[in-house]
Design a protein around this ligand. Sequence first.
Ligand SMILES: NC(=O)c1ccc[n+]([C@@H]2O[C@H](COP(=O)([O-])OP(=O)(O)OC[C@H]3O[C@@H](n4cnc5c(N)ncnc54)[C@H](O)[C@@H]3O)[C@@H](O)[C@H]2O)c1
Length: 292
Amino acid sequence: MSQQKGRLDGKVAVITGAASGMGWATVHLFLNEGAAVVGFDLNAENGADLADSVSAAGASDRFRFLAGDVAQEEDIKNAVALAAESFGRLDIMFNNAGVGGAFGPIVETELSHWEDTFAINMRGVFLGTKYAARQMIKQGEGGAIINTASVAGLSGGSGPTAYSAAKAGVINFTKNAALEFAPDNIRVNAICPGLIFTPLAHRGRIEQLEETMRRTQPWPQRGEPEHIANAALYLASAESAFVTGEAHVVDGGYSVSGSLSDQRQSGMGPRPRAGVAYGTTGRAPMVRDLEP
Ligand SMILES: NC(=O)c1ccc[n+]([C@@H]2O[C@H](COP(=O)([O-])OP(=O)(O)OC[C@H]3O[C@@H](n4cnc5c(N)ncnc54)[C@H](O)[C@@H]3O)[C@@H](O)[C@H]2O)c1
């Protein structure tokens, strides 16, 4: 693996949700660009696979994996501490972990499923920002915090209600954090992916997702994890030195098409269901059919 003129040479990053999809792609891109990386994920088994893939790429000396939950304060604190202990500092925090969470009609949504959705998708971003910013302020050399939101946070109709609300929260949290940390030269930006072909989105049903893509997205090619990794690289690197508080949309034109309505994505399609999905964390989903 070349370390010549990497755009992140000497930088240290923590990436949450590292063991699958966008996080996995970003770990490899950041390592390739010269950064040292702490990968953090709830799924320790996939985390071990990630560590193997980093080893195969010859970058183990610049990589650590830590299993933990972004919704738990101590776990996030430990991830930031691991970066500081292992690599001496923290320059980039990518708060990327997320799950689809609660789905189905509001009137059928369990409170605990709603709370889980916010704990992972919203509280996790708050905690990651809190501990990363503390470390960056202590260092006194600025930094970059990047939060994965979603086009679902920009309007109604692009995802389950709890998920959309949490992702809208991530976008506005990002704007306030950008204001708060600008005097410290810490930039805070969000990425709003559209439909990206990761295990979270396709759940093994690639053809079904391709059909959804054809119906809702103007761009003919699929969104891939690498598209998001490249956006994260831009927001992490000096190339975006004057960019902060932005919600950077990467969606193949999905959100400019005017109509985002896709009720199937909200779990309110022809077969009404309610429940909660924990994506690729290894935690089992709970689903129940509703009366038509
Ligand atoms: N795939 C899409 O179409 C899409 C679109 C918009 C936004 N997003 C968002 O992008 C981000 C990455 O998703 P992805 O598509 O790469 O999914 P993915 O399931 O492939 O990867 C997400 C990773 O996050 C981890 N994770 C989940 N909850 C966690 C927790 N509490 N603590 C630590 N790790 C946890 C999972 O174990 C998994 O490894 C998420 O925030 C997701 O909501 C995805």
